[in-house]
Design a protein around this ligand. Sequence first.
Ligand code: MLT
Length: 263
Amino acid sequence: MEIQMNDITLHYEETGNGIPIVMIHGFPLNRKIWQPQLQNLTDSARMLAVDLRGFGESPSTSGPSTMDLYAKDIAEMLDRLDIIAPVLVGLSMGGYVALSFYRRYARWLSGLILVSTRASADSKETKESRDRMVNIVKEPEGIKSITNIMLPKMLSPKSYIEKPELVSLVKEIMETSSVDGISGALMGMKDRSDSTEILTGFNIPTLIIHGSDDQLVPLAEAESMAKAIPNSKFQVIPNAGHLPNMEQPDQFNNIMSTFLKDL
Ligand code: MLT
């Protein structure tokens, strides 16, 4: 499915009926990461998984894709689809987008699910590494190089051994990203605001989910968000890395269903 917006057409997939859930993927991924949820949580929820601009089937635009720009895209999409009071689910970079959305449009939301993400901004070292990656992706075979850098960090050690088909799927998803999509996201993540200070003022139901073996975002980041956000729920999924919704889909879906039932 696609939706024509002011300056771009966004592609998304929709399943199920019930409370609207909008799912935002991480970097350098696309909406396909949410297949285990799109297929299995349809009884109680209307699930929408979107390709952020520059990823999956959504075209890229030049220049930085700031987290605020992605958040504005989601807001415009909700408006055009007449979606009221959704739950936003953001994984990693998708979590940065969800936090930016919360800053601007908190009153629109009925809940937030933050997966494998952090509230802090980039450190100086991370900003430097983003710049290096922007240069790498522009080289010939740049997307393959980014995939080679990121793929070994995406999953838990157990998933690499026991789930070769998942490793291939994640590789395929990464390799279909575009150069402009990747560099725009890197520049946007580098300049994102620190959201740590807003956490204590959160006033919507919030669930934080993290894989025990996440190599990209340390578990401590999720623990400190859980401590700061009033009444938040926090679940650690064992034997999962940065993509717990794909690595341990049954556990992930049970956690999500319980949260949705309690809303
Ligand atoms: C992601 O998975 O979205 C990225 O690892 C986030 C980041 O690089 O900060």
